[in-house]
Design a protein around this ligand. Sequence first.
Ligand SMILES: Cc1ncc(COP(=O)(O)O)c(C=O)c1O
Length: 404
Amino acid sequence: MPTSTTTLRFNDRVDSMQPSATLAMKSRAEERRRQGHPVVALSAGEPDFDTPEPIADAGMDAIRNGFTNYTENPGTMELREAICRKFDRDNDLSYTPEHVVCSNGAKQSLALAIHALCDEGDEVIVPAPYWVSYPEMARFSGAEPVVVPTSVDEKYRLRPAALEEAITERTQILVLCSPSNPTGAVYAPRELEALAEVLRSHEQVFVVSDEIYEHVIYDAEHRAFASIPGMKDRTITVNGFSKAFAMTGWRLGYMAAPEPIAQAAAKIQGQFTSAPCSISQKAGVAALEMDPEPVHEMVASFRRRRDVVLERLRDIDGLRCPTPEGAFYLYPDVSSFLGAEAPDGSIIGDSSDLCFYLLEEHNVALVPGTAFGAPNGLRLSYASSMEDLETALDRIEAGLSALR
Ligand SMILES: Cc1ncc(COP(=O)(O)O)c(C=O)c1O
């Protein structure tokens, strides 16, 4: 058994994998807090609400009633049927439980979909700014992520011409995320139609559509990509409970996919993790069937905070930020601050330097755009109290105005 790191040999794919930058920022902020610094963290990717009561009650009932055994590998029939009703009700999509696989969070669903479909040498198109895990999952499956930049002027949406240009005969998957983490951008139905039009002439390309922020949406309409004519047979829709129902710790997500893909994903799951937690599955059924009022209240609260933060950011000279229509993130473009000098004489070379400067000197934790493949921006999560948001914005303003 090797004991030193010089003799310890890892799988090459593990060695080349980047650790999650959002988690790294979170732990650095926590470390500074432990050292006594009054850090305000706007780096979290989770709602600052408790899980609504009917959901928590269903979980507790499951424990009390002894619903604590392994369930069927792709999830209970009860939960998969509830998910099919949700697709029918919310997305006008008709699925049967055979198309659905429930997993330990949408993150696992995404990993399963990518691993089920990708082989060595395949390409996965990932529009940037992207959620941090997509390229790593693609790489881990042996595929190559093909990052396609979008711009602040395009409100961070992939344009059909850019998609057309990125597709090659090796393209296996296009990953879409709407509403988006990290930008909050939402594709309008006609924009999705235009992307689908490009895909119609490239039949080999599947779409992994991450719709986990579906219900965290403001002035826009969510359209499931699979509901666009011709797209259902080539789309894997991933969704979950973490965001809309404030259930991040319950670890429950799901995919709906063409049956052979669902079967392949279930096969991987069966050998790696088995079904998700039985208690969470009972809670998931309650979430899908409860009166959605608590979700609406949470979204209304996010909207108020978005408006306050956006107004303050727009008052800062040099920041540009499109209005996000969903999720709970803002992604301001900070390029006008790159190359600036901090009061200690150090140069802010990229958004990572900027975030570390704001954390170390001004006690605000944000996530640098380098983590999202779009280094001219940074991500600010407004899933925090209004008081913390105001404090953080005072500090961001002070920190940026001290740069020369
Ligand atoms: C875009 C996106 N997809 C998937 C996930 C994973 O969610 P889950 O908690 O269900 O694994 C997240 C969580 O941050 C996310 O932001």
